[in-house]
Design a protein around this ligand. Structure first.
Ligand SMILES: Cc1cc2nc3c(=O)[nH]c(=O)nc-3n(C[C@H](O)[C@H](O)[C@H](O)COP(=O)(O)OP(=O)(O)OC[C@H]3O[C@@H](n4cnc5c(N)ncnc54)[C@H](O)[C@@H]3O)c2cc1C
Ligand code: SF4
Length: 509
């Protein structure tokens, strides 16, 4: 029996059981297809990283004795569609059966399940052997619950997988969550360790991608490429984080500075999302560092919560609410994405820096994504589908199952509050507290109206004023409405006028 086994670009899990032994009756198929480069406009580094990592992976399979059929982007026999490429190999190899690993994106899941249903050959879906939870596990955990609180889900998983537990029911140090200790601004100290990076030159690959007419944006950095492209490099990246940064991760995970674009963050999301690293091994490595007193519990718990909690949770949200989730627009926001999202050229320093580094490095850390870029888009009423398309294209780690709930749900509150109990919005005060952006800004963080007023201030009050019906009765937002009530009518009118004229003039802020 001859089997074609499809391996997608985000399924580079070399530890998968199907790769353990080479079997001449199995042909692994990998393909660089326009179907995947073109469904959204991508950052150049994202396209390069995925193709380069796929080529590295195919080479590893090949040298370990597996049979591999690889479609390059410029292969004349490449139809640039996953299923027609598969069909083109059936006669060539006299195929009897097709196997694919469970796709993480709805789009491809639909395509391959329809293919399986309609095909004359047996087509079987197998697990990727990557995630800690099943696609529908969140649905079971939250069964009968109105609110899908991440903290509840996270505690269930800590208990089930015995992570940071002192006995089957009690967390270590008797505390589940150390978030309150993890919110310090960074004032230049402690020093951020120099970058560990695996350097690559991808000029040849980049030239062939461009020659095929693939459209992209952002700096390709093709001669000085930084992202890990195989498991060995990903493990080095993880070690760099655990030994050099984890100790300060908790304290400064929300901090932002113009002088360093990654701070104490791990930069492992790409390696995790294409499955070079397993989430469980990353968690165990961090737990081991704490057990050996290399990092404090607050930092280790904070980091583990991101992976065991948030990452698995957003995946559960995605599978429970697709396909309608992608169209969510609970607050009826319709303003067009400002043009400077594609250039970083805005007078607002926080956005210029956060978007600028996203275009330069295909990366911004969580708080830049949530409390600067996402915060502005939500306050200004930008259409969540346009925000989603931008985030899905720009970040190196952006795959719809993880990007969509984070953007449309957590950041834009477009899902009727399934993910967030209140909108993540703030005025300039929060950005100033957590960053050094305001010091170099054209706008004045303290001023609310007039030419030099920081746009976040008036937009913040205007947001709550115009969405009174949605939020007034939310106990977590009561304070904002009490402050609004106390404001003289003229002040409120001036703030609303300022905000509306800024939204009208959004491309020139
Ligand atoms: C609007 C918005 C969009 C986002 N889009 C993506 C995305 O497309 N892909 C993506 O992987 N993450 C996304 N995130 C989550 C988070 O910002 C990134 O995972 C993180 O910045 C990746 O960098 P790091 O590896 O240095 O992370 P670290 O800060 O070092 O965190 C460690 C790991 O925790 C996981 N993690 C942390 N927060 C989240 C989260 N909210 N959801 C899922 N995993 C999380 C990631 O795997 C990350 O690698 C988004 C967050 C927001 C607010
Ligand atoms: S003043 Fe306002 S626009 Fe400028 S950096 Fe601070 S928060 Fe951003």
């Amino acid at each position: 029996m001859t089997i074609l086994h499809l391996v997608l670009g985000d399924q580079l899990n070399i530890q998968h059981s199907h790769f353990k032994k080479s079997d001449p009756s199995t042909i692994f198929v990998m393909m660089e297809v326009r179907q995947e480069t073109d469904y959204v406009l991508h950052h150049a580094q994202k396209i390069i990283a995925i193709f380069a990592a796929m080529r590295d992976f195919a080479h590893t399979l090949d040298v370990s004795g597996h049979r591999v059929h690889y479609f390059n982007i410029d292969d004349p026999l490449n139809t640039h569609n996953i299923t027609t490429n598969l069909d083109s190999l059936i006669n060539l190899y006299q195929v009897d059966k097709i196997i694919y690993q469970a796709p993480d994106e709805w789009r491809i899941d639909q395509q391959l399940s329809a293919y399986a249903r309609e095909h004359h050959l047996p087509v079987e879906m197998i697990d990727t052997e990557h995630f800690i939870t099943q696609r529908d596990e969140a649905q079971h955990i939250f069964k009968g619950r109105k609110q899908w609180l991440m903290e509840f889900f996270y505690r269930q998983l800590r208990t089930k997988h015995h992570v940071l537990m002192q006995d089957p029911k009690t967390p270590v140090d008797g505390q589940w969550n150390f978030d309150q200790e993890n919110r310090k601004p960074w004032r230049g100290k402690p020093a951020v360790p120099p970058d560990h990076r695996s350097k690559h030159d991808h000029s040849v690959l980049w030239a062939s991608i461009q020659k095929q007419g693939v459209k992209s944006f952002g700096n390709p950095q093709e001669k000085d490429f930084r992202w890990p492209l195989n498991r060995t490099e990903a493990l080095l990246q993880l070690e760099d984080f655990i030994t050099q940064r984890l100790v300060n991760y908790g304290d400064y995970q929300d901090a932002m500075t113009h002088s360093n674009w990654r701070m104490f963050h791990a930069l492992i999301s790409f390696a995790l999302n294409v499955k070079m690293l397993s989430p469980l091994e990353v968690i165990q490595r961090a737990q081991y560092a704490w057990q050996h007193e290399k990092a404090p519990i607050a930092a280790v718990e904070g980091f583990i919560r991101q992976i065991l909690g948030w990452r698995e949770y957003v995946r559960g949200i995605y599978w429970a609410h697709m396909p309608e989730y992608v169209e969510s627009n609970a607050l009826s926001h319709h303003v067009d994405l400002p043009k400077w999202f594609w250039t970083g050229e805005t007078k607002m320093n926080c956005l210029a820096k956060s978007i600028g580094q996203s275009l330069e490095h295909a990366y911004a850390h969580h708080i830049q994504r949530l409390m600067v870029i996402g915060n502005f888009a939500l306050l200004a009423g930008v259409n969540p589908q346009q925000v989603h398309a931008w985030y899905l294209g720009v970040y190196i780690d952006a795959f719809e199952w993880v990007e969509l709930p984070n953007t449309v749900g957590m950041s834009q509150y477009a899902d009727h509050g399934i993910m967030a109990t209140k909108p993540y919005v703030s005025s300039a005060a929060y950005i100033d507290r957590m960053s050094d952006y305001c010091k170099g800004c054209h706008y004045d963080k303290k001023v609310k109206t007039g030419d030099r007023a920081c746009p976040f201030n008036a937009l913040y009050w205007h947001f709550y004023d115009r969405h009174r019906a949605s939020f007034e009765r939310n106990p977590r937002i009561g304070m904002a409405y009490r402050q609004l009530e106390k404001m003289p009518v003229e002040t409120r009118q001036a703030l609303n006028f300022q905000a509306m004229s800024m939204i009208k003039n959004i491309d020139n802020l």
